[in-house]
Design a protein around this ligand. Structure first.
Ligand code: ARG
Length: 588
């Protein structure tokens, strides 16, 4: 379906043309004076220069042409030359009726869909998930859903940090604790045990202990580095231990992401591209891009237009070891070979900006990607506490994801059971659903690049620009629809009609923005646009609800139109929250 603004712009353009002016002047925008009009056109102002004529004269001539318009109910030319417009009630009603019966509410699908890979989540195996990983998962999941809904093919890859020092630290710590384990016996050439020598709970203790120790004990750190090297170079026992760490950690990680309603098509990691690195490095050398500098293999990526210093991209350290950059480059190589994506999107903390700048430049320069492959890094801001400093636990420690989720769940449970009779079971379930909305909406309603304050009181509030408010609105609509059914009404076969009052029309005009909003959200990979839209939509619905007797409406025909409007509003809200990665309970 054409966008609402496009349709009314077309009407305005025709009027400009009929009055003898360039039709392109007829572009309409939302009104910036909603007290005066719904839409406006500033074309007469621009036309004034072109035609050397007072803008108000042009505006008057155009307005005249629109006297009998089927689309505009009111067009007024106001000084110095604006065209203020209101649209016909019947026109909005018909547009919504069409939306309701069109797939994806009239969002048009791209002619040439892109194939996209989105790299998000990025947890480090065996290390606790922290708040930064929450943002990557929450924003990445939403972008994936938005891009997919908009008609593109998109594959999500978790890109596990599974090849780093943390793995070596765990091996070194295990060796200190249980030196007799068969994994450390170099002469051993039999099968290794299928059961891991630790549980997930033990692993949760082993890593922090080892990490703390390595900061004080140089010799221990040296051992951990050695162990990391042994894992990477394929020493049998170390690889076997590494596999155990993976096998024990992954189910736990999966559970964590499942609780967040986040899922990945690919569970690949840094380790998966290990074997591609030597060949890639060799080729970069042979092609003349990579050279040795102070023992390390590097690629220059400076560009003439640079205003800041961009250091060379290091491919191999002087000891021959690969770096974070190297695995990212090899991953690009693998993705291009396996999937030939049109573009790749990465989500990490914005402090990794330089890293991605280096990786992208190097990938382009060395021909790992074709010139028209899109490479986009979305760097997000820090999650801060109310004091404006990075979010910490009450006692000042790093905030773990699980703790944060527990805290929000508890607060939500308290609010839901406050003054209400609900069964324990249902309250718990509802609290979980609403808490997830509180967390995700709290995050996604901000522009990703911005830091934001994790304010539990605000996020869990049922009022204001919050997840719970949106859910509350959806639940309200569902309950009216249920009542209507209980009274014998049918939800099927009702058709939206022309709005009967101002708040109904205002609601409809909000609904009508859906396809334009979705297009922008996809193009700009901006979930906050979906949030802003549903917040406005929820506000418009609640105003309508307070000013309209819906079920007490005397005219059965009008009541049916209301029901159809409620259904469309509910469906759009539910679609949008699904794109944000959460859902609404039946009651709350
Ligand atoms: N594991 C990394 C971290 O915790 C994030 C990985 C992001 N993805 C990537 N392809 N580099 O910082």
């Amino acid at each position: 379906m054409k966008k609402f603004l496009e349709l009314i712009s077309e009407e305005m353009k025709q009027a400009f043309e009929a009055a003898g002016y360039d039709r392109e002047l007829g572009k309409m925008t939302l009104s910036n004076r909603p007290d005066l009009c719904e839409y406006q056109c500033n074309g007469a102002m621009a036309g004034a220069k072109l035609y050397k004529k007072a803008p108000i004269m042009i505006a008057n001539e155009v307005a005249e042409k629109l006297a009998g318009s089927n689309i505009f109910s009111e067009v007024s030319a106001v000084a110095p030359g604006f065209l203020n417009c209101k649209v016909q009630a019947s026109f909005v009603g018909a547009y919504l009726a069409e939306m309701a019966k069109t797939e994806k509410f009239g969002l048009e699908m791209p002619k040439n869909p892109d194939k996209v890979i989105i790299d998000y989540g990025g947890p480090n195996v065996a290390k606790p998930l922290h708040v930064g990983h929450l943002r990557s998962a929450v924003i990445g999941e939403s972008i994936k859903r938005i891009v997919r809904y908009a008609g593109h093919e998109i594959i999500g890859d978790i890109h596990l940090g599974d090849w780093g020092l943390q793995m070596g630290l765990i091996c070194a710590e295990m060796q200190e604790r249980q030196p007799d384990l068969v994994y450390f016996d170099e002469k051993y050439d039999g099968e290794y045990p299928t059961d891991a020598p630790f549980t997930i709970a033990e692993l949760g203790e082993i890593y922090p202990t080892a990490s703390a120790k390595s900061k004080e004990d140089e010799a221990f750190k040296e051992k951990a580095l050695e162990a990391t090297g042994k894992i990477q170079s394929g020493v049998r026992g170390y690889r076997a231990l590494w596999k155990h760490i993976m096998a024990v950690s992954l189910p736990d990680l999966k559970k964590n992401y499942e609780n967040l309603n986040v899922d990945f098509e690919l569970w690949k990691g840094e380790s998966d591209v290990h074997d591609l690195i030597p060949g890639m490095a060799e080729k970069m050398k042979a092609d003349g891009y990579a050279y040795m500098s102070e023992g390390a293999l590097v690629v220059d990526i400076k560009e003439e237009s640079d205003t800041k210093e961009i250091p060379p991209c290091m491919i191999l350290k002087s000891d021959g070891a690969a770096l974070y950059t190297t695995t990212d480059l090899a991953t690009i190589l693998e993705r291009m070979e396996k999937y030939q994506p049109d573009r790749m999107i990465y989500l990490t903390d914005k402090r990794q900006e330089l890293h991605f700048e280096q990786v992208f430049r190097c990938a382009r320069k060395t021909g790992l990607v074709t010139p028209d492959t899109g490479l986009l890094h979305i760097g997000f801001g820090t999650v801060n506490g109310k004091d404006g400093k990075p979010f910490k636990t009450r006692d000042g420690g790093v905030m773990r994801l699980e703790m944060l989720i527990d805290e929000i769940n508890e607060e939500m449970y308290r609010k839901i059971t406050d003054n209400r009779e609900v069964s324990e079971e249902e309250a718990k379930q509802t609290a979980k659903t609403v808490a997830l909305a509180a967390i995700k909406y709290g995050d996604l309603s901000n522009q990703a690049a911005k830091d934001y304050i994790f304010d539990i009181d605000k996020f869990t509030s049922f009022e204001g620009d919050t997840g719970p408010y949106i859910l509350y609105t959806i639940v309200r609509i569902k309950s009216i629809l249920n009542k209507y059914k209980d009274q014998g009404g049918s939800l099927e076969g009702n058709i939206i009609g022309a709005p009967g009052n101002e708040s109904e029309k205002a609601l409809m005009l909000e609904v009508a923005k859906f396809n334009a909003m979705m297009e922008a959200a996809c193009e700009e990979t901006a979930p906050h646009k979906v949030c802003a839209y549903i917040y406005d939509l929820a506000n418009a619905f609640n105003k309508f609800y307070h000013e309209t007797k819906i079920l007490a409406e005397e005219s059965e025909a009008k009541k049916k139109e209301y029901i159809a409007l409620l259904l469309l509003t509910r469906d759009i809200l539910e679609t949008c929250i699904d794109l944000l990665g959460f859902s609404a309970p039946e009651r709350m």
